[in-house]
Write a protein that binds this ligand. Sequence first.
Ligand code: TXA
Ligand code: MG
Length: 339
Amino acid sequence: MKHYKTQILKADEESIRLAGELIRNGELVGIPTETVYGLGGNALASDSSKKIFEAKGRPSDNPLIVHITEIDDVLPLVTEFPYLAKKCAEKFWPGPLTMVLPKSDLIPFETSGGLDTVGIRMPSDSTARAIIKAAGVPIAAPSANLSGSPSPTEAIHVFSDMNGRIPLIIDGDNSAVGVESTVISFENNGIRILRPGFVSPEDLTEITPNVTIDDGVISKLGKDVVVKSPGMKYRHYSPKAEVIIIDGELDNYVEFIKTNTNKDDCCMIFDNDIIDVENPVIRYGKDSEEQAVKLFSTLRKLDHMNIKKAYARCPSKEGVGLAVYNRLLRAAGFKVIKV
Ligand code: TXA
Ligand code: MG
C-alpha cells in the first residue's frame, strides 16, 4: 500500500476544494459527516473503492454507502426508486438514513461489495455536502476507522487510524449524531431496518406501519446465515479492552461490580449514576441521544486509559437507544450478563 504524509486541514473553502479535487482524481479523503467521519472516494470508480477497502483493511464483500446532495442524484444510480423510498427521502433527507436500492450500471461492483443493490445517503453536515459538490461525483464513504475499530466521531480519531494511509483529513465539526446512519431496505411493501441509527423504528412507522427489524440487529448470526447487511456479521467497533454489558438496575450493577470484578476493571456507566466503587469510572452520557454521541469516543478512551476490561451498563433499547445497544453489543462481542 502507498504511504502518504497525511495532512489534517480545518474545513474551509480551500481545503474543501482540495478534498473534492483529490476525490475526483481517485484519492481518498477523511470527511466529517453528522453521523461519523467517513473515508471518502469516488463512488463511480472501481479503483477508488478498492483503495477504500485496502486503507480500512475491510473485507471486500462489505458494501460501501454512496453519498449524494440532492434527491434527484439518486436517479442515475438506481434502476428503481420505489414510492416508500421517495417518502423516506422527503422526510429524512438530508440526514442519517441510508436506503438500499437496486443499483444501476454506474455503480461498480467494487462499491456495492458484489451486490446488485446500493446503499445511498444524503448527509446533512454542511462540510460533507460541500465536499460532495466540490468532487462533482457521488462519494462512497464507509466510517473512517480501521476495520473492526470504533467508528471515528472526531478528526483526530481518523488520524489515529488512517495516518499514512490517505493524503488528507478534513477537520470539521465533531459528529453530532455519533452513531452511523440507519440502513433500511424495502421489502413486501414495507421497510426493513438492517442497521439501527438515529432515525428510529418509531420514526419510520410514520412512513408505513409495516416496519420490521432484521434479526441481525440484536442477535448474533450463525456463521452460515446469509446476512442482508454484510457489515453486521463482522467483529466491529471493538476497543482493545474487553467490554461486557451488564443488563439490569443500578443497584444490581453495583452489587455485581463489588463482588465480581478486579479493582482495575472499568465501570462504564451513565452520567446520572451515583456509585461508590473503587474501580475506575467512565461515563458515556445521560440519555440515548447523548450516549450515541459519546459511545465511540468512550470506547477509544478505554484504550487510552489502558483499561483491560470494562463493564458497561446496558443502554435502553428504545428509539436511538437501539442503535447504541446494537453498537455496544458488537463492541462487547455479544457478551451480556443479566443482573
Ligand atoms: O453514517 C454512515 O452511514 C457512515 C457515514 C460515513 O455516512 N457510513 C458508514 O459506512 O457507516 P460503513 O461502510 O461503515 O457501513 C455501511 C453499512 C454496512 O453495515 C453495510 O453492510 C451496509 O451499510 N450496506 C451498505 N450497502 C448495502 C447494501 N447494498 N445492502 C445491504 N447493506 C448495505
Ligand atoms: Mg463502519
